[in-house]
Design a protein around this ligand. Structure first.
Ligand code: ARG
Length: 574
């Protein structure tokens, strides 16, 4: 149960203010002795014609707390609510132990469809660290929505169409190397694409040939379609390896090509509504009244364009899924594009445009890191992952040596892969998404910092305490008397645990996974303070020992579940 909500209920009944209003006003006092929540009475002064301290002194004693975990006291103009520690411990820890992985899940989204479009790389182009941002964010968001009961449709809007495929077909026929293509599809496709642009400067007939080939592709000519299909399939093999490594999945890969035959209908609709106008040979929708540049729908040679494919895609998504929300996880550099697309939909009378949202993110930067990148100055995700895993491996091996720990090669590899990839993913989701990310090895692999290795290490160490407890025959953790968990460190930790469900709700409403990252990071910090200051396995008091073990179990559940929502796997020992 959310304590703030409970307080809002109580206060709403007593004051007649509406709950939403109260929820906005309730504060968390800076000091523990001022209570856990405080309600300032200033808003009531006008209607009640009394001074706020007088109001507080009249309301506080009149609140009936039976059946709640609260004690109430007025201090100055505030009504302060103190949570009863025993009641809180039984409630929160009891619930986590009982619910396990379901802790924090809800049915809010039952019966509602949410489309999360993410990753959407371009076929035949390297998968770089910017595509990793959308892939990781989108994966996390789809997990978060699912946790809240939504039916999530994960879409990969592949960049598999457009004039560049005409160029690739021309280039492949001239310079393509089948063997190289099989070995390193994207490397080879990039090579001939770059060559095309170099040669095109000297030989303008290449431009004509490329345009011709794209036209044939749009018309469905079998030879061009076959080549395009081959480029697409081979690129997907490469992308799928990365997706598997990141634990990312999709429900469909309806890329831009999928919508090309659905564009005539869009053109008809826009025509009927009188929205389509001619401009320099192209067909556009004017968006002056929205303060936006015109949106091009058809180019002067009548071929389709990125925006028209997005219009067709939005309509298709609406008809197929009747979505409650249609989310595009795409870089902030495309903000204007999405504003235009949504504005055109709205002008055409599609009210579902209001349920479409561009979830933008920042740029990816590196400090003091070099990569053996094969493709110019962009950083490939594969290189970032490989480097992260190999650096993690060095740390794991060193730590194991220092501790005199015996680990099999297989174990070292498994832990390094999970921690290294976790460290990369966590760096993408630990801050507000619109901020640029700066990767440094020191920050990312700091086992004491705000990192995935720190969280996973905290988890694994706590699991090891629980294993030791069970090995030494301790039982009854599920039925422990949790009311004894009232110490300051225990209380702070339990408070942090109690806030996880709300952080999930907030992460969904703002499409910001970092809210969960921040919460589990706080849980881990609070847990480590508790762990360092208290006896757990050596606790003399048997009742307290069992309760503390239950608390450890709850911490493990919370960290594992929280990380899972970010798309990160834990390890059981390290
Ligand atoms: N393929 C594009 C790119 O790599 C991103 C596609 C974004 N999604 C969309 N529906 N337009 O830049």
């Amino acid at each position: 149960m959310d304590y703030k909500q409970q307080i809002a209920d109580i206060l709403s009944e007593k004051t007649g203010l509406d709950r939403e209003n109260i929820l906005k006003l309730v504060e968390i006092p800076p000091k523990q002795d001022m209570g856990d929540y405080a309600f300032p009475c200033f808003v009531l002064a006008k209607t009640l014609h009394k001074a706020p301290p007088v109001i507080a002194s009249e309301i506080a004693p009149a609140i009936d707390v039976t059946g709640t975990p609260f004690k109430v006291k007025n201090v100055g103009p505030y009504i302060n609510f103190f949570i009863d520690r025993s009641a809180l411990a039984s409630d929160v820890v009891g619930r986590i132990v009982a619910e396990g992985d379901d802790y924090g899940s809800s049915e809010t989204g039952a019966g509602k469809n949410v489309i999360v479009e993410y990753s959407s790389p371009n076929i035949a182009k390297p998968f770089h660290v910017g595509h990793a941002f959308t892939t990781i964010l989108g994966n996390s968001l789809s997990r978060i929505y699912r946790k809240l009961g939504y039916n999530v449709i994960r879409m990969n809007h592949l960049g598999d169409y457009g004039t560049q495929f005409g160029k690739l077909i021309t280039a492949y026929r001239l310079w393509g190397d089948e063997e190289a293509l099989n070995k390193d599809p994207i490397g080879e496709l990039l090579r001939i694409y770059v060559k095309f642009h170099q040669e095109e400067k000297k030989d303008p007939s290449l431009t004509t040939s490329a345009r011709e080939n794209f036209r044939k592709l749009e018309e469905g000519c079998p030879e061009e379609v076959e080549l395009w299909q081959k480029f697409r399939d081979m690129s997907l093999v490469v992308f799928n390896q990365l997706y598997r490594r990141l634990g990312v999945e999709f429900d469909n890969y309806n890329g831009e090509s999928f919508y090309s035959d659905k564009i005539p209908e869009i053109v008809d609709i826009l025509n009927e509504k009188g929205l389509l106008v001619e401009s320099e040979g192209a067909k556009v929708v004017m968006l002056d009244d929205e303060g936006l540049p015109p949106c091009i729908i058809l180019k002067s040679d009548n071929t389709t364009i990125y925006a028209s494919r997005d219009l067709a895609s939005a309509l298709y998504r609406y008809r197929t899924y009747n979505f409650d929300k249609n989310i595009y996880v795409v870089g902030g550099t495309q903000a204007l594009h999405f504003k235009q697309v949504f504005a055109v939909l709205k002008k055409a009378g599609f009210d579902f445009a209001d349920n479409c949202e561009h979830v933008a993110f920042g740029l990816v930067k590196f400090k003091g890191m070099t990569f053996s990148t094969r493709e110019g100055n962009i950083v490939l995700l594969e290189d970032l992952l490989d480097e992260a895993v190999s650096k993690t491996r060095e740390i794991i091996v060193r730590n194991a040596e220092e501790r005199g720990q015996d680990m099999s090669e297989e174990e070292i590899n498994d832990i390094s892969e999970k921690l290294g990839i976790g460290a990369v993913i966590y760096t993408y989701v630990k801050s507000g998404r619109e901020r640029d990310i700066v990767f440094t090895w020191e920050d990312m692999l700091d086992f004491n910092g705000d990192t995935a290795p720190y969280l996973i290490y905290t988890y694994a160490r706590t699991r090891s305490i629980l294993r030791k407890a069970s090995d030494s025959g301790i039982t009854g953790i599920e039925n422990a008397d949790l009311t004894v968990l009232t110490g300051d460190d225990e209380y702070a930790l339990i408070r942090a645990l109690s806030e996880l469900p709300e952080s999930i709700v907030k992460a969904a409403s703002s499409n910001e996974p970092f809210m969960i990252a921040r919460q589990i990071s706080e849980i881990a910090r609070a847990h480590n303070r508790f762990y360092n200051n208290s006896n757990i396995l050596n606790c003399d008091d048997e009742k307290l020992k069992t309760a503390r073990l239950a608390l450890c179990d709850a911490v493990c559940t919370a960290i594992r579940e929280g990380l899972d929502l970010l798309g990160i796997n834990v390890v059981e020992r390290m």
